[in-house]
Write a protein that binds this ligand. Structure first.
Ligand code: HEC
Length: 228
């Protein structure tokens, strides 16, 4: 009797391990069918390419707004671009579950505070000996698959106008920043410092169509999506 239940137990453990390695996935109703699995595997590269494109577009749009506002009225005038345009541009590029945002450990706007997971990724980007260029991974919670993509943001010369040492900021800029962000932590940076990172997240398979649109904007109606 005893021997019998031990055998059953061993079999149980073995079959569980078998299931965990994915070899028994055909019997497991919780896992997707083979063709769905194949589609998912194929779409992983699509998502990574689309995320890269999205970050590039977001960065270009934001820097474009920033540069023209600086030209029009210096950094003091440009503060409003970062204050209102950044979240607006981010929202405009978010569709079909795709989201893009900027986060930081030393943030200016508390809305951009990095969470625990993001802080761990930031630590990897802060590594001076071998920081990755990007970090991408997938999570699966309650069979909901989500893509996560991270790209570091480093400080350039232009950025020092508003993120440099407090003593070096133009007085008007300093006052305006204090007014909008009384608890500002995003000063005191030097050129080359890690300022934060872009975070892109997207659900699978719901975000597949938008991923394709991002990569082929000419053949599809990206602007319609963005206008939503
Ligand atoms: C004209 C002033 C100004 C300049 C120049 C500027 N920023 Fe900012 N930056 C801001 C403001 C204001 C915010 C807060 C935006 C908000 O409220 O969401 C901000 C926020 C950020 C954030 C989001 C995290 C946080 O701290 O809230 C990042 C990342 C960032 N800036 C990076 C940069 C980089 C990189 C550059 C140079 C390419 C740059 N900034 C140039 C004013 C500026």
């Amino acid at each position: 009797m005893m021997r019998m239940s031990v055998t059953v137990l061993v079999l149980l453990i073995l079959s569980t391990l078998w299931g965990l390695t994915g070899c028994g996935s055909k019997e497991n109703a919780d896992l997707p069918a083979n063709d769905q699995q194949a589609a998912y595997t194929a779409d992983q590269q699509l998502y990574e390419d689309a995320a890269k494109k999205l970050v590039g577009t977001f960065m270009r749009d934001l820097q474009g707004e920033l540069m023209s506002a600086m030209k029009d009225g210096g950094p003091e005038n440009a503060i409003r671009v970062c204050n209102t345009a950044a979240p607006e541009i981010a929202a405009a590029h978010s569709a079909q579950g795709w989201t893009i945002k900027r986060v930081s450990e030393r943030f200016r706007n508390p809305d951009n505070r990095a969470d625990t997971t993001e802080l761990a990724v930031l630590a990897r980007f802060a590594d001076t000996t071998g920081a990755p260029e990007i970090v991408a991974n997938w999570t699966e919670i309650d069979s909901l698959r989500t893509f996560h993509f991270y790209k570091p943001i480093r400080v350039g010369q232009l950025c020092l106008n508003c993120h440099g040492g407090v003593q070096t900021l133009v007085p008007g800029v300093y006052q305006k920043l204090k007014k909008y962000y009384p608890a500002d932590r995003a000063v005191g940076y030097k050129a080359g410092d890690l300022r934060g990172m872009f975070v892109v997240e997207a659900p699978w398979p719901d975000g597949v169509e938008y991923a394709r649109q991002l990569l082929n904007p000419d053949t599809t109606t990206t602007t319609d999506t963005i206008a939503q």
